[in-house]
Design a protein around this ligand. Structure first.
Ligand SMILES: Cc1cc2nc3c(=O)[nH]c(=O)nc-3n(C[C@H](O)[C@H](O)[C@H](O)COP(=O)(O)OP(=O)(O)OC[C@H]3O[C@@H](n4cnc5c(N)ncnc54)[C@H](O)[C@@H]3O)c2cc1C
Length: 293
C-alpha cells in the first residue's frame, strides 16, 4: 500500500497538531512534491479511501477517534521558498515564519503580519490567515495545487475567492502545493523591527506556552469573539482539561487529553454566548475526524 511513498500507519494526530489532541490517522503521507501529492490522491481514490490534508495542524481539532483513510501532511518535504525580484514562490509546507524571514532578508515588505502565525503557507492560504491588519489575500498572487479529479491547476485573482478566513480552496477541494506572493520593496531593518514588535505584542497577549489552535471562533460581524466571551463571565471556564484561556479569552486551550472535552467546551461557550448576547459564534478552528474509533 502506497509503495514508494513515505507513509506512516496509525499516526497519532496529537503529535501533529498544536492542540495536542486527536486519535490516530489510518495512514499519514509526507510528500516531497506536487507530483507526489497527485500520485497519493490517485492511489487513495483507487482504494475508495478518504483524503484529509494537514499543514502544521495549528487550526484544527482532530477528534478522539482519529481520521479514517489517508492524511497528506505538508511538512518538511514540501518546505522550500525562493525570492525572485518582488516575488516569492513557496511550497505549501513552508512555515509562515520562515517565509516572513525570507521576505525580510530579501528586502520585501508585506508579510510582517505572518511572522508569528504558527502554520504553513498552504494552511495560511486556505484560511486566508491574517493578523494586525494584514492577511494572505493582500499578498498572494497565484495558488497552484491538485484538484479532486487529479488535475493540476493554478488559480489567480478573483478565482481565489478570498474573504474573512475564507478562500475558494475551502470549497473546491484543491490541495495547495505552491503559492506565489507579490511584495513591495522595503528596508530589511524596518521590516525586521516591525516583525519583532508584532511578535512581542503577540507574546504579551496570547497564551503561547499552552496548547491551542489560536482564536477558536471567527470574529462576528460588528463584534469581537473574545469580548463577548469575557462579557459572559467565561474567562477560565473549563470542561475537563479544556479551558477558556485567562490570558486571552478568545483562545480555548488544552491542558488535558480529550478532544471531546475541547469540543464540549466550544459548544458550551457557543451556547452561553448565544443565549446571553444573541450572537452566534462560528468556529474558526476546523473540526476533523471521528468521535470514536
Ligand atoms: C498560538 C496560535 C496563534 C495563531 N494566530 C493566528 C493569527 O494571528 N491569525 C490567523 O489567521 N491564524 C492564527 N492561528 C491559526 C493558524 O495558525 C492559521 O489558521 C494557519 O494558517 C493554519 O495553518 P496550518 O498549516 O497549521 O493549517 P492546518 O491547521 O494544518 O490546516 C487548516 C486547514 O487548512 C487545510 N489545509 C492545510 N494545508 C493545506 C493545503 N496545502 N492544501 C489544502 N488545504 C490545506 C486543512 O485541511 C484544514 O482544513 C494561530 C494558531 C495558534 C496555535
Amino acid at each position: 500500500m502506497f509503495t514508494g511513498h513515505q507513509v506512516l500507519r496509525d499516526a497519532p494526530m496529537r503529535d501533529y497538531t498544536t492542540l495536542k489532541l486527536g486519535g490516530p490517522a489510518d495512514y499519514m503521507a509526507l510528500p516531497a512534491s506536487g507530483e507526489e501529492v497527485a500520485e497519493l490522491l490517485k492511489e487513495a481514490g483507487d482504494r475508495g479511501m478518504p483524503v484529509t490534508v494537514l499543514g502544521h495542524g495549528s487550526n484544527v481539532l482532530v477528534l478522539d477517534g482519529g481520521i479514517r483513510g489517508l492524511v497528506i501532511r505538508m511538512g518538511r518535504g514540501m518546505n522550500r521558498a525562493e525570492a525572485d525580484g518582488r516575488r516569492i514562490t513557496a511550497r505549501a509546507g513552508t512555515m509562515m515564519g520562515s517565509l516572513a524571514a525570507l521576505a525580510a532578508d530579501s528586502g520585501l515588505t508585506g508579510l510582517e503580519f505572518a511572522s508569528g502565525i504558527p502554520g504553513t503557507v498552504g494552511g495560511g492560504v486556505l484560511m486566508n490567515a491574517g493578523a494586525y491588519g494584514g492577511e494572505m489575500s493582500q499578498v498572494v498572487r497565484e495558488v497552484t495545487g491538485v484538484m479532486p479529479d487529479g488535475s493540476i491547476r493554478t488559480l489567480a485573482g478573483e478565482e481565489l475567492g478570498f474573504g474573512y478566513r475564507r478562500s475558494a480552496m475551502q470549497e473546491n477541494g484543491m490541495i495547495v502545493t505552491s503559492v506565489v506572493f507579490e511584495l513591495t520593496e522595503g528596508d530589511p531593518e524596518s521590516i525586521r523591527a516591525r516583525m519583532t514588535e508584532l511578535n512581542r505584542r503577540r507574546a504579551e497577549s496570547q497564551p503561547l506556552d499552552v496548547p491551542s489552535a489560536g482564536s477558536t471562533f471567527k470574529r462576528p460581524e460588528g463584534a469581537y469573539a473574545a469580548a463577548l466571551i469575557d462579557q459572559c463571565g467565561l474567562k477560565g471556564y473549563a470542561v475537563g482539561g479544556a479551558r477558556v484561556s485567562p490570558k486571552h479569552v478568545g483562545f480555548l486551550v488544552n491542558t488535558g487529553e480529550s478532544a471531546k472535552d475541547f469540543l464540549d467546551l466550544m459548544l458550551a461557550v457557543q451556547r452561553i454566548v448565544e443565549e446571553r448576547t444573541g450572537i452566534r459564534l462560528e468556529p474558526e478552528v476546523r473540526i476533523i475526524g471521528e468521535t470514536e474509533a
